[in-house]
Each structure stands twice: as structure tokens, then as C-alpha cells.
Ligand binder design. Structure first.
Ligand code: NAP
Length: 337
């Protein structure tokens, strides 16, 4: 942790520390913008470094022929940003006032920071199904989790029967990861076809420990102190049934982390930060830019997050160089990398 003194007035504040945040910091630092990053305080479902900290092997980030762990990738990005002088505060930004210039940001420990420009790169957080007992048993550590990589190795799950809900890459990855510890992994999906990439689906289906329940939703988590089972419903026939499991891992996607913006920046209908064009990171507030999973509801990859982080830093640099006059849409970013 390298909490450092903040300046009276910051040029660029970057909120978030996933690939988008660190890439923005690397570019902003190299452009002599002296960026300050709020990397987040960390919670049970989100830690500095973002979602990649919960990922095992990243095989599709270019430059790593043999793959790289999510944690190593994020630690390298952070160190690279620091190497060029990025200052880092291990706190959340909990409140913003974009109505005044410079902008005013308030941190989780009450720090107030004035900033000429802001890059929002706060990513997204795991979603929950929303059925009875799910939240209670997740909060009490009763065998319900949204992070297989964080919790899968706990003694409670050893040699157990575990359920994973979801049909995307996260669900495949979680199910495969959990086979290291579990006796059996039941993959529960609401349709008869996975959304995940073919390579991940093939791997999951080829694993003897993974059993798939198609067209099935969880209607209730069963258990007092710890989970003992699930109530299920067939989405085609409506038939109800129960199964015994010792763990539930929810992998049904993520919601963008925008609550702290308090509606001061325009959001899309699905809650992601709106940016005017698909290749631009400028938000509805001139001087506020967004990058990564907080604005990207389509690609949501580490590499695309890093790409938009780069774009946000270049756009911020350009905007500041123009004296804070918003560029006209479509203008090129003529900065050397
Ligand atoms: P996702 O692709 O949005 O998939 C979410 C899955 O959860 C879908 O199958 C969806 O079902 C299901 N679902 C959503 N709400 C549900 C509910 N209320 N009840 C039951 N099921 C529900 O999310 P993701 O898997 O987290 O992936 C997000 C992005 O990260 C993707 O772009 C993915 O490629 C990427 N990613 C990549 C890797 C990798 O390459 N190793 C690993 C993890 C994630 P439907 O299909 O019916 O909509």
C-alpha cells in the first residue's frame, strides 16, 4: 500500500484499479499528468485490481504465450504505473460533485480531492440470483459465494457436491476450477445452450466431475447456518425439485459500479456509463471519462478494458491541453504513445 499525500488540486484522478485504471495511469503518468489513482479499499466481493484478481489463468491477454494469472497481471500493471510516478491511494471514492470546477471527490476515509479531470474505471461487481437465503448465507460464509477462486479452496467445499449457476465463461471457469476440490460440480443453466466461448464449454463438458442441469433455475437456497441444498424449477415444464449440495457458486454476470456517481453522469438503460460513440470514452460531463467494464457492456475483456483505459487517458490529456474545452466528436487524438 502506498498512500501518498494528495495535491491541492489534481490534474487527473483515476478511480479504479483494474486493467482500465492502470492502463489509464500508465498513459497519464508518461504524459506528465501526475495521475492519482484511488485503487479501492477492498470488500468481500471486490478488491484492488478488480475482477482479474479473482481469475485463475488468463490465456488470452496478448504477450503471455503460456498465460498469466490474473493477480500477476494486475500486480505488473500496478507496478508499471508506479514506475512512471503514479500516486496510489488505497481507498474508495464514495461521493463526487461534478457540478463544480475543479471537480470535488470524497474518499471512504473522508479525504476531499479537487480534480481537473476524472477517469472512472470502477468496473463491475458480481450479480446475485435474488432467491431466499442466498444473501444471508453469502454474508455469513455459509457456503454461498460469487467467487470460486476466492472461496473454492475452503475446507467446507473439499470433496463436496457443489453447484455453479450460469452459462457464460465465468460459470465454465468456476466449474472447472472447483473440480480441483469438489467431488462433483453441478452446472445449473436456465437455457439449453451455453453463452460461453466454445473452448470453455468443450473443457467443461469434457470434465467427468461436471454434470450439467439444463433449463433449470434456482428458486431457493436451503440451509440454516450452512447451505444443505437447493430448490430448483424446470424452465420448460415448470416442475419443481430439490437437490443436496454443500456449496453454491453464483456466476451470472456483473453490474457496473456506478452508485457513487449518484446520477451525475448519464448512464445507459442497463446502468453502464454512457459514452457518446463506441470508440470514445467521454461521458456526459466534460472532463469526466469512463473506461473498462463500467462503460463496456459488450466486450468486457481485460484487453478491451486496457484499451479503453488508454483511450480515456489520451482523451483526458487532449481535453486538458485544450484548456478543458470539449473536443468535437470525431476529432483524432494526436498524442505520441
Ligand atoms: P455473461 O457472459 O453475461 O453470462 C452470464 C450467464 O449467467 C448467462 O449464461 C446468463 O444466462 C446467466 N444468467 C444471468 N442472469 C441469470 C439469472 N438471474 N439466473 C440464472 N442465470 C442467469 O457473464 P460472465 O460469464 O461473467 O462473462 C462476462 C464477460 O467476461 C464475457 O465477455 C466473458 O467472455 C468474459 N470472461 C472471460 C473469461 C475467459 O475467457 N477465461 C472468463 C470469465 C469471463 P443466459 O445465457 O440465458 O443469458
Amino acid at each position: 500500500m502506498s498512500d501518498t499525500t494528495t495535491r491541492d488540486r489534481e490534474t487527473v484522478v483515476i478511480i479504479g484499479s483494474g486493467p482500465a485504471g492502470w492502463t489509464a495511469a500508465i498513459y497519464a503518468a508518461r504524459a506528465q499528468l501526475d495521475p492519482l489513482v484511488f485503487e479501492g479499499a477492498g470488500s468481500r466481493t471486490m478488491i484492488p485490481g478488480g475482477q482479474l484478481m479473482f481469475t485463475t489463468e488468463v490465456e488470452n491477454y496478448p504477450g503471455f504465450r503460456e498465460g498469466v494469472t490474473g493477480q500477476d497481471l494486475m500486480m505488473e500493471m500496478r507496478a508499471q504505473a508506479e514506475r512512471f510516478g503514479t500516486r496510489i491511494v488505497t481507498e474508495d471514492i464514495v461521493e463526487v460533485d461534478f457540478g463544480q470546477r475543479p471537480f470535488l471527490l470524497r474518499s471512504s476515509r473522508g479525504k476531499e480531492v479537487k480534480a481537473d479531470s476524472v477517469i472512472v474505471a470502477t468496473g463491475a461487481n458480481a450479480r446475485w440470483i435474488g432467491v431466499p437465503n442466498e444473501e444471508r448465507l453469502a454474508q455469513s460464509g455459509g457456503g454461498v459465494s460469487a467467487c470460486a477462486v476466492c472461496d473454492g479452496a475452503l475446507p467446507h467445499f473439499r470433496n463436496a457436491v457443489l453447484a455453479v449457476v450460469g452459462g457464460g465463461d465465468s460459470a465454465m471457469e468456476d466449474a472447472l476450477y472447483l473440480t480441483k476440490f469438489a467431488r462433483e460440480v453441478i452446472l445449473i443453466h436456465r437455457r439449453d445452450e451455453f453463452r460461453a466461448s466454445k473452448i470453455m464449454v468443450d473443457r467443461a463438458l469434457a470434465n467427468d466431475k461436471i454434470k450439467v442441469m439444463w433449463n433449470t433455475v434456482v428458486t431457493e437456497v436451503v440451509g440454516d447456518d450452512v447451505i444443505t441444498g437447493l430448490k430448483l424449477e424446470d424452465t420448460v415444464t415448470g416442475e419443481a425439485r430439490s437437490i443436496e449440495v454443500q456449496g453454491l457458486f453464483v456466476a451470472i454476470g456483473h453490474s457496473p459500479n456506478t452508485a457513487f456517481l449518484n446520477d451525475q453522469v448519464e448512464l445507459k438503460e442497463n446502468g453502464y456509463v454512457a459514452t457518446p460513440g463506441s470508440w470514445r470514452t467521454a461521458t456526459s460531463v466534460p472532463g469526466v471519462f469512463a473506461a473498462g467494464d463500467v462503460m463496456d457492456d459488450y466486450f468486457r475483456q481485460a484487453i478491451t478494458a486496457a484499451g479503453t483505459g488508454c483511450m480515456a487517458a489520451l482523451e483526458a490529456e487532449r481535453w486538458l491541453a485544450h484548456g478543458g474545452v470539449e473536443e468535437s466528436a470525431g476529432a483524432g487524438v494526436g498524442t505520441a504513445s
